[in-house]
Design a protein around this ligand. Structure first.
Ligand SMILES: Nc1ncnc2c1ncn2[C@@H]1O[C@H](COP(=O)(O)OP(=O)(O)O)[C@@H](O)[C@H]1O
Ligand SMILES: [Mg+2]
Length: 249
């Protein structure tokens, strides 16, 4: 099993949108897929239609190891795609992981048993440089980082890289990609044409700025489901194949 995280210390850059679309593609290609929503806002759970059928279980207690993941796991309406939904009890995930003992490897330990049932686990992360992020870095094989082609967004990505460097995390591949690309903007075009050095290990595929991505909330579905022939859907499809090429599932 491979574990991939969608992470950035910046919010609103497309972590959730991408995680949901990648999970959907993985499942469509019949990989047994689990998305673990680690963000207390629960946007990924919402998009995948599993935010309301949570019969009193608290996602946060899962981190403490007080309840088996299997109890919280939900099937989605798509074959091969399950979700561990988030709720507001995830808001102090750091504290809960700490209480459970085991330090920054605790999340990795919680994920390990998924290997029996899944080929791919995706983590949709909240925007933070907290101990939760460290646990994610320890648990993931790949960290996919959406970056908007602006100087500030690149700077935030550089801060993530510096932080990871400082932590001496082993075996983590950090893979950025551009999201919300608007080719009417000169800066965006410049960054696509002459890729900043920071993006050199990045994916070639970029996701355009698209109203169809915003419409995921109306449809509560990945873009490929309700607008399959649009540039955004095609871009997510291409991104999936590039991701798959890296993962070698
Ligand atoms: N490529 C895109 N084009 C247009 N809107 C986008 C795109 N990617 C994300 N968004 C929108 O931007 C907002 C933030 O995206 P989201 O995936 O929730 O970011 P994050 O998880 O990083 O906070 C959402 O309203 C989403 O619909
Ligand atoms: Mg998000």
């Amino acid at each position: 099993m491979k574990t991939i995280a969608f992470y950035n210390l910046k919010g609103g850059v497309g972590k959730t949108a991408t995680a949901v679309n990648m999970a959907w593609h993985a499942a469509r290609w019949k990989h047994r897929t689990l998305l673990w929503d680690l963000d207390p806002q629960g946007a990924a759970s919402f998009y995948l239609g599993v935010d309301q059928d949570n019969p009193g279980y608290k996602a946060g207690s899962l981190l403490k190891g007080k309840q088996p993941v299997g109890r919280l796991k939900r099937e989605t309406r798509w074959p091969h795609l399950d979700v561990v939904p988030a709720d507001i009890s995830m808001r102090n995930a750091d504290v809960k992981l700490a209480e459970s003992g085991g330090g920054k490897n605790r999340l990795k330990e919680l994920i390990a048993p998924f290997g029996e049932s899944y080929e791919l686990t995706l983590l949709d992360c909240p925007p933070t440089l907290s101990p939760l992020a460290e646990s994610v870095f320890a648990a993931a094989d790949y960290l996919f980082v959406p970056v908007i082609p602006t100087h500030l967004s690149l700077r935030a990505f550089e801060q993530v890289l510096d932080w990871i460097d400082g932590k001496k995390i082993k075996n983590l591949q950090v893979v950025p990609f551009f999201n919300m690309v608007d080719r009417r903007r000169d800066l965006h075009v410049q960054m696509l044409v002459k890729r900043p050095a920071l993006m050199k290990n990045g994916l070639k595929t970029w996701i355009p700025y698209s109203t169809h991505v915003e419409q995921m909330g109306d449809h509560r579905a990945p873009v490929g489901e309700f607008a399959p022939y649009t540039p955004a859907a095609q871009a997510f499809r291409a991104l999936w194949f590039e991701v798959l090429g890296r993962l070698k599932l």
